[in-house]
Design a protein around this ligand. Structure first.
Ligand code: PEP
Length: 250
């Protein structure tokens, strides 16, 4: 049976001290909440990984990116091995901000996925269409291309370490959420793609998250859909109370 997950993506927010405080608050709220119906992850900047790791136990740790090279003369880059050495369990790859602002192509992401998996990290792989792509009716094609191009070279054993996050670009940080029906339609489509490629069992076992202006007020409706297994949360992950409002929406 697949796992439900609520993962925060802090992006380029908080100093180390602020991040440590936020992680502390999330960990203690999760502890106080008792048995939860989802795994809780915080995705934090590279600089915060080691310090945040000291503050969490139930909550799992994710990086927001890793390099597309193994090691060497790539000034300023952070490798998958470095991320793994902090105790992080996950890495977010393919976020639309990285695809858009840093030209991360399908091919580059394929390299990153391979390096992350080779270093024992699980991958939260983001995909999603722009508003123009949705208006032009090519959103299914875009998502198919992103998933096929960066993930479908993996064997089934490796693919079991992948979590997919559907994040329509038009809903990220805009306050505009995809309706639960729109999200469900895409999640079912993605699960269908996985079933075609890897068979129904693996498709049923894969966690597919929704991301895009998810907040305590809309999380329950989204998570009630059969193919929505949780959320990747940007803005609302920066306040422990809001984040917990989503975590407890299951
Ligand atoms: C994100 O960037 O992953 C995201 C979902 O952001 P927000 O929740 O702020 O829309």
């Amino acid at each position: 049976m697949r796992k439900n997950i609520v993962a925060g993506n802090w992006k380029m927010n908080t100093t180390v001290a602020e991040g440590v405080q936020l992680a502390r608050e999330v960990e203690s709220a999760v502890k106080a909440a008792g048995e939860l119906k989802c795994e809780v992850i915080v995705g934090v900047p590279f600089t915060h990984l080691t310090s945040v790791k000291q503050e969490i136990n139930i909550v799992k740790l994710s990086a927001e990116n890793c390099a597309d090279h193994k090691s060497g003369a790539y000034t300023g880059e952070v490798s998958a091995a470095m991320v793994a050495s902090t105790g992080a369990e996950y890495v977010i790859l393919g976020h639309s901000e990285r695809r858009g602002y840093y030209n991360e192509t399908i091919e580059v992401l394929k390299e990153k996925v391979d390096l992350a998996l080779a270093n024992g990290l699980k991958v939260i792989f983001c995909c999603g269409e722009s508003l123009d792509e949705r208006k032009n009716g090519v959103h299914f094609d875009v998502i198919k291309k992103e998933i096929e191009g960066s993930l479908f070279h993996l064997g089934a054993e490796a693919f079991a370490k992948i979590v997919i996050a559907y994040e329509p670009i038009w809903a990220i940080g805009t306050g505009e959420t995809a309706t639960a029906e729109q999200a469900q339609e895409i999640h079912a489509f993605i699960r269908g793609l996985l079933a075609e490629k890897y068979g129904n069992q693996l498709a049923q076992d894969t966690t597919i998250l929704y991301g895009g202006s998810c907040k305590p007020s809309n999380a329950a409706e989204l998570f009630a859909k059969p193919d929505i297994d949780g959320g990747l949360i940007g803005g609302a992950s920066l306040k422990a109370a809001d984040f917990m409002g989503i975590v407890t929406a299951f």
